[in-house]
Design a protein around this ligand. Structure first.
Ligand code: FAD
Length: 492
């Protein structure tokens, strides 16, 4: 590790990058600062406004606890502060930094609009006090804005974006950063106070203790740091990556079958930052002779999915309206979406009478995660067959997913509702019954989550007859499809 110590005291601000390995901000801070501490700031009111739910926030807090342990092995103390909103962060950080005599703040960039605004405000405030602020590009392979068409415009279609990104990345190795240095306690941990009072919107306390409760949230983390059965933290993420590496070659063939455990299930870790995108891509490339495309079909397909995440994240900075609840295709604002709360709540609780939709929604409600094929099926059912505003579905997903990520969730919903960039053509509406027959042929997944119809035959289980204890279908699937196509076709 090349060390060029030029800063006496630095502070790393952790957000959605809760790991110590391959963490740009932490690594660079550790090479440049003599003494180093870390901080995490919880903003529960803003998180609520962003629809971040109990599962997501519990997982984040569980990963934070694990991170604190990891940082301790490097003798880096982690502080915790709770302020209600993002808008209070600049003032809080300024006070903390002044009292701790910190010269530089290091963090990894986040790209939704409110996060960008918060970070700009922090930079302005701290620069006024001669504190340097460094934001690193870490969440994506390349920084948003770096993948451009020859015209200089951002790509709005996935395939050319993917081609260009691969061209930019393929020449250089994807190289995760080394572990940050271990700082002797005599030069570091002993030089930071255990707590500080912070005067923003009432008296707040900066401590080295991570709380088990947060205002407005019901945190549910078990004794070993699991949330809804999901093991938290960096080591769990690495274990999962290793296990997935054993089956990655079957990914393309198996990934669409929800009853099979054939996808990586790394999304909660990627989104909390317990694992980095480079670590994922490196594993895939090392198993595919360094090839981004071609070679093993399963591996190439998985890399492509990681690039969808990249694509949606890059779009956020070029099209701020995506962070404002607006569709990418502005003409779709005219769609006469329906706002039927009763029907929506039946969809949400998995009581639509369409077994694959109900099984999927119950998987989400029980485990905090939903298989990708099912996300598309339920999103299509809500936004097309039921013609309910896709933003209601987007919001419900954010409130219940353990892997909720603004960019991918917004991208996935707008893709399915045909309001987004490079979205599904509006006339292609998923038929939930044929999807069910194709991807859950024996009804194994449905039987698990909808036990009240588990005794039906493989044929009947996809579209059951009237049966006691199971709801009748709440909307006419084919009439709904026809209505959606007409509404889209009539857009000016
Ligand atoms: C309506 C809808 C909402 C979605 N909401 C989210 C969300 O909030 N958070 C989220 O991480 N993903 C979201 N996705 C994308 C995708 O469903 C999940 O990333 C995937 O199911 C996670 O499971 P996995 O980790 O096993 O994925 P794998 O199949 O193993 O893929 C590996 C990784 O690639 C990325 N990825 C895979 N598919 C996509 C995709 N279609 N778009 C963007 N990235 C992708 C994810 O980071 C994923 O962890 C959504 C998709 C749809 C259709």
């Amino acid at each position: 590790m090349s060390r060029q110590i030029s800063i006496q005291r630095g502070l790393v601000w952790f957000r959605s990058d809760l790991r110590i390995q391959d963490n740009s901000a932490l690594y660079h801070a550790s090479t440049r600062c003599e003494q180093l501490a870390a901080i995490f700031i919880a903003c529960p009111e803003t998180w609520k406004n962003h629809d971040e739910g109990d599962a997501l926030v519990s997982f984040r807090m569980a990963c934070l606890q694990k991170l604190q342990g990891q940082l301790q092995t490097r003798n880096i103390p982690l502080y915790f502060l709770e302020v209600p909103e993002f808008s209070l962060v600049p003032e809080a950080l300024q006070q903390i930094i002044q009292r701790l005599k910190v010269e530089a703040l290091f963090a990894n960039a986040e790209y939704p609009l409110n996060e960008l605004r918060r970070d700009n405000a922090v930079r302005e405030k701290l620069l006024e006090h001669n504190v340097s602020v460094e934001y690193y590009s870490d969440r994506t392979l390349l920084p948003p804005g770096a993948v451009r068409a020859a015209s200089g415009d951002p790509y709005k279609v996935f395939t050319p974006f993917k081609r260009a990104l691969i061209q930019l990345c393929a020449g250089s190795q994807v190289k995760p950063l080394p572990t940050p240095r271990k700082i002797p306690p005599s030069t570091n941990s002993e030089h930071w106070p255990k707590w500080l009072a912070v005067d923003v919107k009432g008296n707040r306390k900066l401590t080295q203790k991570i709380p088990s409760q947060l205002l407005g949230y019901s945190l549910n983390i078990d004794g070993s740091g699991r949330v809804k059965g999901w093991e938290s933290g960096e080591q769990a993420a690495q274990k999962r990556l290793k296990a997935f590496a054993e089956i990655i070659d079957q990914y393309q063939a198996e990934r669409d079958f929800p009853a099979k455990d054939s996808t990586s299930r790394l999304s909660p870790y990627l989104n909390s930052g317990a694992i980095s995108i480079r670590q994922c891509v490196k594993m895939a490339l090392s198993q595919n002779k360094g090839l981004w495309q071609g070679g093993d079909e399963g591996i190439a397909c998985w890399i492509s999915e990681l690039i969808w995440r990249e694509f949606y994240t890059h779009l956020l900075t070029d099209f701020p309206r995506l962070s404002m609840g607006r569709p990418f295709k502005e003409e779709t604002e005219q769609i006469p979406w329906r706002y039927d709360e009763g029907l929506f709540s039946l969809w949400a609780s998995g009581e639509t009478g369409v077994p694959i939709v109900d099984a999927a929604m119950r998987q989400l409600n029980e485990t905090g995660w939903m298989h990708n094929r099912l996300r598309m099926i339920v999103a299509s059912f809500l936004s097309k067959n039921m013609l309910i505003d896709w933003r209601w579905g987007e919001r419900y997903f954010m409130q219940h997913l353990i892997d909720g990520d603004f960019a991918s969730n917004n991208g996935g919903w707008q893709w399915t509702a045909s309001t987004g960039t490079d979205a599904a053509p509006y006339f292609r509406v998923f038929n939930p019954y044929s999807q069910s027959q194709k991807f859950d042929p024996n009804g194994e997944f449905i039987r698990h989550y909808v036990p009240e119809i588990s005794s039906l035959s493989n044929k009947e289980i996809h579209e059951p007859p009237m049966i006691e204890g199971y709801p009748q279908v709440i909307c006419d699937v084919s009439a709904g499809r026809k209505r959606a196509i007409e509404v889209f076709a009539n857009l000016k």
